[in-house]
Design a binder for this molecule. Structure first.
Ligand code: MTE
Ligand code: MO
Length: 402
C-alpha cells in the first residue's frame, strides 16, 4: 500500500530552513548592513503599497471597460450615454497608470535590498511567495512599459501584440497582486498600526520626505499629461504627446489621410457612400448626403491613448440611413467600413445606432471635414473609443437584430 504524505509532512517540508550562506558570498551587496537608509521600513512599503493598490485597481477596472467596449462579449452592454463616460474612464485609466510610475519606483527602492538576501528564501513556502512577487513586479513593469509606449504613439512598433499582451498581463498582474496582498496583509496591518518612529541616518531622507516626493512626482506627471484631455490644463501638459487643440480644424489627428493612403480615393469624384441593407442598397453621392436632413452634435473624440478633444459635428443621422434601407433603426446594427486598406471597419451596436447623436458626419466645426478627419464622411458616435470612429467611410452594412 502506498502511503501519501499527510498535511503535516507537507507543511514541515515547506518550512524546513534552507542552509546558511557560505562565507565567500558575504561580500558586496550580500554583506549584512550595506543598505543603510533608515527611510526603508515596513511602514513606508505598506503606505506605498496601499496607494499602489488603489491606483492599480482603478487602472485595472477602467482598462477592462476599455477592453470590453472594443471587444464586446455576449454579456456586455455599453450604453450611448452619458456621451463622455468613455472619455472619463479612459482618462482615468491613463492617468492612474502614469501615477503608478513614481509610486512603484519608490516601492521597489524600499524593498530592493531583499534581492540580495541570502539564502534567497528561508524555506520552500517563502520561496513560492517570493516567486509570486517576482511575477507581480514583472507583470506590473510590463504593463507600465507597454502602456507608456502606446500613449507615446509607438504602437506601430508593437501592433496587435500590444492589445493582447496588455490585456492578458493585466489579469496576471491583478491575480499576483491579490495573492501578494493576502500574504502581506498581516505585516501591513502591524506596520500601519504601530506609531511611526523617524530615525533617519544623519542627512538621510525621512520616510515622510520620501512619501511627499513620490506623491508630488505622481501629481506632476498627472498634471503634465492630463491636459491632453482636460483642456484648461493643456498649457502645463508638457509631457503629453498630444494637445487637444492642435491639428486641422482644432482637433488632433490620429492617422492622416496620407498615412492611411486614402487621399486619391477620398477625393475621387466618383466617390459614393454605399448603404447596404438586407433588401435594399443605396449609393449616395456627397450631394445626396448633403441633401438629407442634417443634424449637429457636440461629441468628443476620445483616443484610447488618453487624449481627447471636444468637437461639433454635422451630418446625417445613422438611424435615418438605416430607415432608408428599410431597417428598423431601433434594432439596427451597422458595420462602418473605411476606404482604407488593409480593411478598417468598426461595429456600431444598437444603442449607438439608435442614438440620434450618432452621425455620418460631413462637417466639423461648421466646415467641410478636413481630409485628415475623414473627408468625405466619417462616423461619430457618443460614448465610444476613438479607434471605433471610422474615418473615410466607404460602406455601411446595416443589419436588423432579431
Ligand atoms: N479609417 C480610419 N479611421 C480611424 C482611424 C484610422 O487609423 N483609420 N483612427 C481612429 C482613431 S485611433 C482615432 S483616435 C480617431 C481620431 O480621429 P481624428 O484623427 O479625426 O481626430 O479616428 C479613428 N478612425
Ligand atoms: Mo485612437
Amino acid at each position: 500500500m502506498v502511503r501519501l504524505p499527510g498535511p503535516g509532512l507537507v507543511v514541515r517540508a515547506l518550512r524546513r530552513p534552507l542552509p546558511a550562506p557560505p562565507a565567500w558570498l558575504q561580500r558586496g551587496p550580500f554583506r549584512a548592513g550595506v543598505f543603510r537608509s533608515a527611510a526603508r521600513s515596513p511602514r513606508l512599503t505598506s503606505q506605498l503599497g496601499l496607494a499602489l493598490a488603489v491606483a492599480f485597481g482603478t487602472c485595472f477596472v477602467t482598462g477592462l471597460v476599455s477592453h470590453f467596449v472594443q471587444h464586446p462579449a455576449w454579456w456586455t452592454v455599453w450604453p450611448s450615454r452619458p456621451v463622455s463616460l468613455y472619455r472619463i474612464t479612459q482618462g482615468v485609466h491613463v492617468a492612474t497608470g502614469l501615477a503608478t510610475i513614481p509610486l512603484l519606483s519608490v516601492k521597489l527602492w524600499s524593498v530592493y535590498p531583499r534581492l540580495f538576501r541570502w539564502p534567497p528564501a528561508r524555506d520552500l513556502a517563502h520561496a513560492i511567495e517570493r516567486l509570486a512577487t517576482a511575477v507581480l513586479v514583472s507583470a506590473a513593469l510590463f504593463q507600465l512599459v507597454t502602456g507608456l509606449l502606446n500613449i507615446a504613439l509607438w504602437y506601430a512598433a508593437m501592433p496587435v501584440a500590444f492589445l493582447t499582451g496588455h490585456y492578458w498581463t493585466a489579469w496576471l498582474a491583478i491575480g499576483a497582486l491579490l495573492v501578494h496582498i493576502g500574504v502581506k496583509l498581516p505585516i501591513v496591518r502591524r506596520a500601519l498600526a504601530r506609531a511611526p518612529h523617524e530615525s533617519p541616518v544623519e542627512g538621510g531622507i525621512t520616510r515622510r520626505g520620501l512619501l511627499v516626493a513620490a506623491g508630488s512626482a505622481a501629481a506632476v506627471i498627472t498634471l503634465a499629461t492630463v491636459g491632453q484631455t482636460v483642456r484648461p490644463l493643456s498649457r502645463v501638459s508638457v509631457l503629453a504627446p498630444r494637445r487637444p487643440d492642435l491639428g486641422p480644424q482644432g482637433v488632433p489627428v490620429n492617422t492622416s489621410a496620407v498615412a492611411a493612403a486614402v487621399v486619391e480615393a477620398a477625393r475621387d469624384p466618383a466617390y459614393r457612400l454605399i448603404v447596404a441593407g438586407p433588401d435594399r442598397t443605396l449609393s449616395l453621392t456627397l450631394a445626396d448626403l448633403a441633401g438629407l436632413p442634417q443634424h449637429t452634435a457636440a461629441l468628443p473624440i476620445t483616443c484610447v491613448e488618453g487624449w481627447s478633444a471636444d468637437a461639433v459635428w454635422t451630418g446625417v443621422r445613422l438611424r435615418d440611413l438605416a430607415t432608408r434601407v428599410g431597417v428598423d433603426p431601433d434594432r439596427a446594427r451597422v458595420k462602418a467600413e473605411s476606404l482604407q486598406r488593409p480593411y478598417y471597419a468598426s461595429d456600431v451596436a444598437p444603442p449607438q445606432v439608435r442614438d440620434p447623436l450618432t452621425l455620418i458626419a460631413l462637417r466639423l466645426g461648421g466646415q467641410p471635414l478636413h481630409l485628415d478627419h475623414g473627408y468625405p464622411c466619417r462616423l461619430i458616435a457618443p460614448n465610444r473609443p476613438g479607434v471605433l470612429q471610422t474615418k473615410w467611410v466607404a460602406r455601411l452594412v446595416v443589419a436588423e437584430e432579431p
